[in-house]
Design a protein. Structure first.
Length: 118
């Protein structure tokens, strides 16, 4: 599975951005898609995920109530709507995918930079 993330950019604190992640290739094997981020000097961290079918979602505590993950299965695309952005949300955002029986995310996109100015 190939993943292409897009939508990053520069935004002021309190603003919004929507990221997209388009999947191609063996998309039928993808069950869960997720967003991760890595800030400068920090380790990569989980942001949100969504499953196919029921569309069950999970969020990191730091983004609950501000970010919304969604998925358009017909377009093989996942989105991350980010509202009320804070400077601490500044990071490279990566999308990832895994199959139903996979323990870890095995497919990763190239990342898109989100910069939130104060």
């Amino acid at each position: 599975v190939q993943l292409q993330a897009s939508g990053g950019g520069l935004v002021q604190a309190g603003g919004s951005l929507r990221l997209s992640c388009a999947a191609s290739g063996r998309t039928f094997s993808v069950y869960t898609m997720g967003w991760f981020r890595q800030a400068p000097g920090k380790e990569r961290e989980f942001v949100a995920s969504i499953t196919r079918g029921s569309g069950s979602t999970e969020y990191a505590d730091s983004v609950k109530g501000r970010f919304t993950v969604s998925r358009d299965n017909a377009k093989n695309t996942m989105y991350l709507q980010m509202n009320s952005l804070k400077p601490e949300d500044t990071a490279v955002y990566y999308c990832a995918a895994k199959g139903l029986f996979d323990d870890t995310f095995g497919s990763w996109g190239q990342g898109t930079l989100v910069t939130v100015s104060s």
